[in-house]
Design a protein around this ligand. Structure first.
Ligand SMILES: [Zn+2]
Length: 215
């Protein structure tokens, strides 16, 4: 983080000549700053806005609620997602280390849009069908994604393409599997009948922190 803050400081402090781009200029804002060994993620304020935490209290509380419109300057969330800041930061890391590298490998393109089928929702798991447990959607710690759109406009949906034997299916299955490194729960069409048309990703805190529910 020190490197990231230093970069911002230097950009701002050195910006005294005409034509210099300050931190406020969108062209110089980035979600990623590279250090020698790892990626440092800046909290890009133009990708999310803080929302009134008073509205997300009680049994369906979000710790730091934000409305996110994208995960990087090249990847939009449609529609925007109401999630916790912690979930936003995890999703940023996931898009950078899973979604975009796999899209480059399978298509030679970026993913430019994710279709969000659910974000914050005060409800029980699987929409209340039988379970009494509260869903991680109730805390802003979960996101459901039903479709991926590439930078050339090609769209693939979890419902139609997950079992496809061509690139779309291979990409979706690879994303499903690789996502388990970044979330504590990942459920797709291999999971159960409730997840045939989307990937559910969440950052549930479990007693056993090593355990990942990955299907
Ligand atoms: Zn879900």
């Amino acid at each position: 983080m020190h490197t990231a803050f230093l970069s911002i400081f230097l950009l701002t402090a050195l910006c005294t000549v005409p034509g210099c781009k300050s931190k406020a200029d969108p062209e110089v804002q980035s979600t990623e700053t590279y250090t020698d060994t790892k990626v440092v993620y800046l909290k890009d304020t133009d990708l999310y806005t803080h929302i009134d935490s008073e509205k997300y209290k009680g049994s369906c509380k979000i710790d730091i609620p934000v409305k996110a419109t994208g995960l990087s300057h090249r990847l939009a969330l449609k529609p925007s997602a109401t999630i916790s800041l912690e979930m936003f930061e995890r999703l940023q890391k996931w898009q950078s280390e899973v979604v975009q590298p796999l899209a480059a490998e399978h298509f030679g393109l970026d993913v430019s849009q994710l279709k969000v089928s659910a974000s914050y929702s005060c409800r029980r798991v699987n929409n209340g069908s039988g379970s009494r447990k509260m869903s991680q959607h109730s805390y802003g710690k979960a996101l459901d994604i039903s479709a991926f759109t590439l930078s050339d406009g090609t769209t693939m949906t979890v419902l139609k393409d997950f079992r496809n034997e061509h690139s779309k299916g291979k990409f979706l299955r690879a994303v499903n599997k690789a996502s388990c490194k970044f979330f504590s729960t990942v459920i797709g069409p291999n999971g159960d009948s409730y997840h045939q048309d989307h990937f559910h990703l969440d950052i549930k805190t479990r007693r056993n922190k090593e355990f990942v529910y990955c299907h």
